[in-house]
Design a protein around this ligand. Structure first.
Ligand code: HEM
Length: 93
């Protein structure tokens, strides 16, 4: 089950990456948002785009974690069928 559903995981990851990519790029308004402490310090609304920098950070960290999980998963899924010493000449000795 895990191995087959992993493809849906990767497809979802790609969809999330593509759909929300533009709105998660850092802009000047984000620098102002950070300078104002997100409005938490003075308890005053700090303007942001569709996503504030905290949300953008969550997007990028989630993507990084998803790509890492997927890459390690694919390495397990399509593992070498030959011993590494037969593929890499420098490991033959
Ligand atoms: C949040 C997502 C995921 C979690 C929490 C997760 C978790 C796990 C865990 C706990 C194991 C067992 C490890 C062990 O026995 O030492 C495992 C094995 C495995 N995972 Fe994932 N995994 C995730 C996503 C993926 C994805 C995206 C892929 C493929 C692209 C993948 C492919 C595999 C494979 C091939 C194995 C080895 C299965 C086997 O031993 O036959 N996983 N995973």
């Amino acid at each position: 089950m895990h191995n087959f559903t992993s493809f849906a995981f990767v497809a979802g990851l790609i969809l999330i990456a593509v759909i929300f990519f533009r709105d998660n790029l850092f802009e000047k308004v984000d620098a102002d948002w950070i300078k104002q402490g997100g409005g938490f310090i003075k308890s005053r609304h700090a303007p942001a785009g569709r996503f504030n920098p905290g949300e953008k950070l969550v997007y990028w960290l989630s993507l990084a974690a998803g790509v890492t999980i997927s890459a390690s998963g694919f390495l397990l899924l399509f593992r070498f069928s030959e011993p590494i010493s037969r593929i890499c000449s420098w490991r033959r000795s």
